[in-house]
Design a protein around this ligand. Structure first.
Ligand code: C2O
Ligand code: CU
Length: 453
C-alpha cells in the first residue's frame, strides 16, 4: 500500500517471538432473557495490566483492565445495554458497524461524564458479522482507544455449522485485535511518543493485548477474525510461507463465496474473517502470520494434532448483490478527503458538532463519491467510515472493486487521488458521523455529520 508508511521513519516492530499464549477475550452473552431488563453491562474503567512480566502498565478497558469482552448478539435480538463511565474523563460508547438509531450510536454528542451511566436499546437487524465497539468523545477518541478501549462484537452466524465453517469460539474461531503501541522506560503506554506524521504508529505490536503471542492450533481449519484496531497503521496480513488462505467475510458480513488470497490489507478499523486450512500446510515450517508492510512477525502458530475431517469450504455463503438500479444512481454526495496531521479536512472543513453537513432520507439509497485529494507530499491512504450503515462499494476509480470488497463494508481505504463510490442506505434515523478512521485524523476534525430523517 502506498503512502507515508513506507518512508524511513517507519519504526521497526519488535519481532514476535511467540513466548506467550494469545489471550482470548471473554465472550459476553446476554445476562437476561427478559426483554425489559438490562441484558448487558459495559463499563469503561481504568486498569493495570501485566503486559511485560513483572510490570504493571496503566491501561483502560471495558469490564476489565484492558480491551473488552466480545459482545455476542443474534440477528433479531432486542438489545439493552447499560453503559457506565468509570473513567476520570468523558467518554462515549460507539458500536462500530451496527445499524442502530442515532441516539444509540455513541457519537460525540452522546458523551457521558465520569460516573454517569446510560441505558441504550436497539434491535439487531443485520447479518452475521464481526463488528467492534470503542469510545468516540470529541477530539479525545484516539488516546482512549490507544490506551485500551476497544472490543469486538459478533453478530452470530447461525449458518456456520450448516456451512461447515469453523465456529467454536476460542478454539477454531479466534477473535484478534491487532494494535501497535509505544511504551516509555517505565513500560507505560505513551500516546504522544507514538505520534508521527502518519498519526500514532507504535513500535510494539500487541494482539488482544498480548505481547509476543502465539496461537496453539489443534484444528484443521481455523477462522481468524481480524480487526485492525490500531490508530493509524495499515496491516497487510500474510502467511510467512506465502501460502494462501480463504477470506470468508468482510466488515459487515459474509462474502458470497470464499475468496482465495495470499495477503489482505486492512486499514484502521477494517475487519476480515479468514480461514486457514492447516491440514494443507507443511507443519514442519514455522508458520506465522506476518505483517507484510514491514515484514514483522505478528502471530506464530504452534500446530499440534490435526484433528477434524477434511472438508471443503462452502461455495455459497451469502447472496450479496448490487442491483443495476444502484449502479445507475447519480452521485448524491461528494466527500473530499484532504491533508495530514492537524491539517486534515473534509470538503475543506473541519468537524463542527453544531453543523450538519448532509441530510439523507431514512431508507433511501444514495451514492456517495469519496475522493482523496493529494497534498504536496503526495497524500496518504484514508480509511473512510460511515456510522450507522453498512454500504456497498460500487467502484474504485470507475472500476469494479476487488472480489473481497463485494460485500458489506463500513470502512473503505481510499488511496491518494482515488475516487471510490459507495451506495449508502440508513435504516434508522438520527445524526451519524462520517470520518477518516485514522483516529488522529478523526480527532483533528476529518469528520462530518449526516442527519437521517
Ligand atoms: Cu469506529 Cu466513528 O468510528
Ligand atoms: Cu485520514
Amino acid at each position: 500500500m502506498e503512502g507515508h508508511m513506507d518512508h524511513d521513519e517507519e519504526p521497526n516492530l519488535t519481532d514476535s517471538t511467540g513466548e506467550n499464549e494469545l489471550e482470548i477475550p471473554a465472550a459476553l452473552g446476554s445476562e437476561s432473557d427478559k426483554e425489559d431488563e438490562v441484558a448487558y453491562t459495559v463499563r469503561a474503567q481504568k486498569g493495570e495490566t501485566e503486559i511485560f512480566d513483572g510490570t504493571k502498565t496503566k491501561t483502560l478497558g471495558y469490564n476489565g483492565d484492558f480491551l473488552g469482552p466480545v459482545l455476542r448478539f443474534n440477528k433479531g435480538d432486542k438489545v439493552k445495554i447499560k453503559t457506565i463511565n468509570d473513567l476520570d474523563e468523558e467518554t462515549t460508547f460507539h458500536w462500530h458497524g451496527l445499524e442502530v438509531p442515532g441516539e444509540a450510536d455513541g457519537g460525540p454528542h452522546e458523551s457521558l461524564k465520569p460516573g454517569e451511566e446510560k441505558v441504550i436499546e436497539f434491535e439487531v437487524t443485520q447479518e452475521a458479522s464481526t463488528l467492534w465497539f470503542h469510545p468516540h468523545p470529541d477530539g479525545e477518541t484516539a488516546e482512549q482507544v490507544y490506551n485500551g478501549l476497544a472490543g469486538l462484537i459478533y453478530i452470530e452466524d447461525n449458518n456456520s455449522e450448516d456451512l461447515g465453517l469453523p465456529d467454536k469460539y476460542g478454539e477454531n474461531d479466534i477473535p484478534l485485535i491487532f494494535q501497535d503501541k509505544t511504551f516509555d522506560d517505565e513500560k507505560q503506554l505513551n500516546y504522544s511518543a507514538a505520534m508521527n506524521e502518519d498519526g500514532t504508529v507504535g513500535d510494539t505490536s500487541l494482539i488482544n493485548g498480548t505481547l509476543n503471542p502465539k496461537l496453539t492450533v489443534n484444528q484443521e481449519k481455523v477462522r481468524l477474525r481480524l480487526l485492525n484496531g490500531s490508530n493509524a497503521r495499515n496491516y497487510t496480513f500474510k502467511l510467512n510461507t506465502g501460502d494462501s488462505f480463504e477470506q470468508i467475510a468482510t466488515d459487515g458480513g459474509m462474502l458470497n463465496e470464499p475468496e482465495k488470497l495470499n495477503e489482505i490489507t486492512l486499514t484502521p478499523s477494517e475487519r476480515a474473517e479468514i480461514v486457514i486450512d492447516f491440514s494443507q500446510l507443511d507443519a514442519e515450517d514455522e508458520l506465522a502470520l506476518i505483517n507484510d508492510e514491514d515484514g514483522s512477525t505478528l502471530l506464530p502458530f504452534e500446530v499440534s494434532d490435526q484433528k477434524g475431517e477434511d472438508s471443503d469450504l462452502p461455495d455459497k455463503m451469502n447472496d450479496f448483490s448490487i442491483t443495476d438500479e444502484e449502479k445507475n444512481l447519480p452521485v448524491a454526495k461528494k466527500v473530499e478527503l484532504y491533508g495530514m496531521m492537524d491539517k486534515v479536512t473534509i470538503n475543506g472543513k473541519k468537524f463542527d458538532p453544531d453543523r450538519i453537513d448532509f441530510t439523507q432520507e431514512q431508507g433511501d439509497t444514495e451514492v456517495w463519491e469519496i475522493y482523496n485529494k493529494p497534498d504536496e507530499m503526495g497524500g496518504m491512504v484514508h480509511p473512510f467510515h460511515i456510522h450507522g450503515a453498512q454500504y456497498k462499494v460500487l467502484s474504485r476509480d470507475g472500476e469494479e472493486p476487488p472480489k473481497n470488497e463485494q460485500g458489506w463494508k463500513d470502512t473503505i481505504s481510499v488511496e491518494p487521488d482515488e475516487t471510490v463510490k459507495v451506495a449508502v442506505q440508513f435504516k434508522e434515523k438520527g445524526v451519524y458521523m462520517f470520518h477518516c478512521h485514522n483516529l488522529e485524523h478523526e480527532d483533528n476534525g476529518m469528520m462530518g455529520q449526516v442527519k437521517v430523517e
